[in-house]
Design a protein around this ligand. Structure first.
Ligand SMILES: *Cc1c(COP(=O)(O)O)cnc(C)c1O
Length: 425
């Protein structure tokens, strides 16, 4: 078996940057990525024969830990019957029934193959439903690599967005309004100016792609009210939070009904799956019933449905949320203790099995406060932890995830390692 180093050399010759998704290249922490040859429970086994306690959890999906036997069995069972049919299959119906039973606001749902497809389709549906063009998003909320959503704030007060990637026409960006999270006044001002032209507003209700940011009390309710008042479609991107913070995601915890919800990650049980759903009146505008086109050769794939259904069934049977939260609070306490002993300011947002830490004096409430934190210190902690067998996301601005498989020895060891890494700064 080749080592990570030689695999990365081969990869860089043929794959841009050597990776199939940029953050995996370790650019923001420095050094070269390791390659994984096997994953089991809370642990990754690298091509170099190391075992690492994993807090990336394949960027969110692995809430039951890696290679869970029930999910593996479900995929194996489906595999015996064929990998793809191109016709409707019974597992899609079971999946739709499961999602509608678990996610409070979803009356109808369609499956797709990634979170990006889910948010892209929600945006198109909001536009098709309202006959309006503009979309509102928040700085620091990531919704996949959809052209209309890969937009950053422009300069000046109420200016429209700028492309956040080469290859996105400025004219697309002009249809996206980018606002700071947790700022009701900015939201009111944008709707006062553009309200009649806004098709929808999309947000991560607990933003988890610049680290973890929690909404201020009342902010999500305010967003709901403003959208209702102006006839804009409210889209919750729960690709990350869906099934992770509660069976029904943030909308269940916070008791808010969005009009549409984008799902992904956990819903695929480790296979490539996305889904979007919501009010039947809006969903029925999709083809073949309505004029909004959306499709997918492999959508509702039987292997993917089997894996996802097994993952969701485990959540319903085990109801692991209290256990996951207890582990989250343990980690938070270890981080806080390390920071206190070292005498440095640290923000440690945590909700259930999601957490992050920012070297910052000020509370982190939005993109500006998150990115003002000291990411150099994060790099040092990242590398110390990696040396000590704990794998954190290779960027200061990614959330960490805990799985049920971390319970016991893995979480205790990780607490020691994290706390020590901070004390050593
Ligand atoms: C991961 C993520 C996406 C994109 O999902 P992909 O499956 O990577 O396309 C969209 N929104 C949020 C909130 C995410 O965390």
């Amino acid at each position: 078996m080749s080592s990570s180093e030689s695999l990365f050399t081969r990869a860089r010759r043929l794959i841009p940057g050597g990776v199939n998704s940029p953050v995996r290249a370790f650019r923001s922490v420095g050094g070269a990525p390791f390659f994984t040859v096997r994953a089991e429970g809370a642990t990754l086994e690298t091509a170099d024969g190391r075992e690492l306690i994993d807090f990336v959890c394949t960027w969110g999906p692995a809430i039951h830990g890696h290679n869970h036997p029930a999910i593996r069995e479900a995929v194996r069972d489906a595999l015996d019957r064929g990998t793809s049919f191109g016709t409707p299959n019974p597992l899609e119906v079971e999946m739709a029934e499961t999602i509608v039973a678990m996610v409070p606001s979803i009356e109808k749902v369609r499956m797709c193959n990634s979170g990006t497809e889910a948010t892209m389709s929600c945006i198109r549906l909001a536009r098709g439903f309202t006959g309006r063009d503009k979309i509102v998003k928040f700085s620091g909320c990531y919704h996949g690599h959809v052209d209309s959503l890969l937009i950053k704030a422009g300069s000046g007060a109420l200016t429209l967005g700028h492309p956040d990637s080469a290859g996105i026409p400025a004219s697309f960006a002009q249809e996206t309004i980018v606002l700071p999270f947790n700022d009701p006044d900015a939201l009111d001002a944008a709707f006062a100016e553009f309200g009649e032209r806004i098709a929808g507003l999309i947000l991560e209700p607990y933003p988890a792609n610049v680290g973890l940011i929690l909404p201020k009390p009342g902010f999500l309710q305010h967003v709901r009210e403003v959208c209702s008042r102006h006839g804009a479609v409210l889209i919750f991107d729960e690709v990350m939070t869906g099934f992770r913070v509660a069976p029904g995601g943030v909308q269940e915890r916070e008791n808010i009904r969005p009009d549409l919800t984008a799902l992904g990650k956990i819903i695929g049980g480790g296979l490539p799956v996305g889904a979007f759903g919501g009010r039947a009146e809006i969903m029925d505008r999709l083809a073949p019933l309505g004029p909004v086109y959306q499709a997918g050769t492999l959508s509702g794939n039987p292997l993917a449905m089997a894996a996802g259904l097994a993952a969701l069934k485990l959540l319903r049977e085990l109801d692991p949320y209290a256990r996951l939260d207890a582990m989250g609070r343990k980690i938070k306490a270890a981080l806080d203790e390390g920071a206190m002993l070292r005498g440095i300011p640290l923000q440690t947002p945590q909700v259930g099995s999601m957490f992050s830490f920012y070297f910052s004096e000020a509370p982190v409430v939005d993109y500006a406060t998150a990115t003002a934190s000291d990411s150099t210190r994060f790099k040092d902690v990242f590398h110390t932890c990696l040396q000590d067998g704990v794998y954190l996301p290779p960027s200061a601005f990614e959330a960490c995830f805990i799985s049920t498989a971390h319970e016991g020895a893995a979480i205790d060891r990780a607490c020691e390692v994290l706390s020590k890494a901070i004390r050593l700064l």
